[in-house]
Ligand binder design. Sequence first.
Ligand SMILES: Nc1ncnc2c1ncn2[C@@H]1O[C@H](COP(=O)(O)OP(=O)(O)OP(=O)(O)O)[C@@H](O)[C@H]1O
Ligand SMILES: [Zn+2]
Length: 664
Amino acid sequence: MPFPLIILGGGLATAAVASWLHGQKSKQPALPIAVPENATVKSLVEQHQQDMQRRKEDADKELKIALLAMGATGLSELLYPPLLLVSVPLTLYGSAPIFRDAWEYWREKRRLHSSVIDSIAIVGTVATGYYFAATIINGMYFLGQKVLLKTEDHSNQKLLKLFHETPRSVWLWRDGAEVETLFEDVHTGQTVVIHAGEAIPFDGQIVQGIGTVDQHMLTGESRPQEKTEGDAVFASTLLTAGKLHIRVDKAGKDTVAAQIGEILQNTLDFKSTVEARGVRIANRMTLPTLALSGLALGKLGPVSASAVANCNFSDIIRITIPLGVLNHLKLAAEQGILIKDGRALELLGEVDTVVFDKTGTLTREEPEVGRIHACNGFSEERVLTLAAAAEHRQTHPVARAILEAARQRKLKPESCDHTHYELGRGIRAQIQGQQILLGSQRFMQQQAIAMPPDATWHEAEAGHSLLYLAVDGELAGVIELQPQLRPEIPAIIQQLRKRGLELCILSGDQEQPTRQLAEALGIQQYFAETLPEDKARHIESLQAAGRKVCFIGDGINDAVAMKKAQVAISLAGATTVATDTASIVFLDKSLQQLDALFGLAKGFERNMKSGLAWSILPGVAGIGAVFALHMRIYGAVSLYILSLGAGAANATLPLLQHKKTPPP
Ligand SMILES: Nc1ncnc2c1ncn2[C@@H]1O[C@H](COP(=O)(O)OP(=O)(O)OP(=O)(O)O)[C@@H](O)[C@H]1O
Ligand SMILES: [Zn+2]
């Protein structure tokens, strides 16, 4: 019996005993991130760090064993052959997880996992006396794994940091007054005040007030319900009328913790999905490689057979593909793009139609109040004062404009007793016994408000939106709102068009200002006066026509459409319903990075393909070289190093390139 076989037999036996004594586990996939019922942000981050720490320690241990085996084998081959009695068992012990993977996959699925070939390669390499070669592959693999873990740690930290850069506030009821408080600082049992037109941010119980709650953002179906003291309310529903004091059931930081948990989980899921796809391709090559290795054994001998087995580099996929995914998420983060769900990055590559909301998305979050046309004996000042009273605590761009104009003119709006927000139409309010209606023309028509013949707003500047105010059933005035186009938009539209994307505008605003904007931007397709549910329907009909849609919006009226679209984007500073629903959020509060995001998605697609090629093709070439050029084991090992190195470089290059290009 040849010497290497004796060494192999002894080594395997010793490694088996050692690994059994040590209870070494096979490589487990990362555990799903469970968010316990009352997790806090701190505990979640700590749990995550501990988990990361454990995985890092495992990886370090594996790397140490592999390096030790490499060193000992090197010494034994160069200086002191008896050392082989230690180094070979050590090598095999370090490879135990690979043997176990192969066995367990076979036992469970009766199918060949790519680690079967890895196992054969290791055994074959030792059996043919190439002890040192066997240690190199292991060492390189575990080194790669360490790099991957480091990247994952980095990228998660970055994600958490970005998430915290989108703070939001609520109105807390404290000592008989409303105090604006950071969402995360609200505790269980405290009371928050929610005004009509706001989304309810917490699960809780009503302790005071009557209101109409619309579940429409949760279910897509508009079915408002009257709710009062003692009733339960749920996060992400909309308060359309009234004002509610709600006792919070689940503290703000728990809600945030759950969101963070979800984001981390999404990243993890996405990473594993992409990786699994690559591994499936690799597994499909197992049988042919096995057959070729057998052929090589018959024709060229055991060394060539083991060289062929060594040319299966599929385990490289498990390092380079997740590395590419993480680096692209990191790349996005560095440009101020928070990708809450990695799948969006992939879906974005398939998108052919970009649908924009108008107000607050294409235009700035705050239009400017232009001329005010008063009528029926009201003064301009009175019109603005009443409008500002009705918009108290509202966050719609229209409301922000009115409130800002009233502030600039130092008006003192009265307090408003009862507000009712009609999504996509306007506001109904009671101000010192007067019935106020403020909203769109359609809203006025519905409420049978007559348009007086002496109206002057027909001379309103083209492109301005008109907001109507009625008092006790009579029109009091019309306020012109001058939209401010976001400065980056024309260039962005050009760039998207260059990418061959179809563009469309969906707005709840009137026809005239919407058309004006569409024409100014050269966007042919636009729909005005769309109610929130119509926005969703438009997205669906585009999809029914085979389009892949990316919807970009900012308002409550966009939430349902965002849920329907393949990819939904929002901007920091938009309503929380929009940023919660979106899978991608621009943190710089602009659309500046939109084209870069599409570029990133295309780059990602290409990168995944080239990553796959780098981990498979060198091996295929290697097998060819075994047969054609009689390449032996060290040739295969060199190709392995090339494949792993090139794969890792390919996954990291986009990040390095980005760091090199100076910001515009
Ligand atoms: N808070 C509000 N105060 C007064 N009117 C409002 C308010 N919210 C909405 N409206 C009226 O309802 C119309 C439709 O509102 P909606 O929020 O659906 O769309 P929008 O914000 O105008 O446009 P876009 O869909 O492009 O963002 C507005 O143009 C406005 O006339
Ligand atoms: Zn909007």
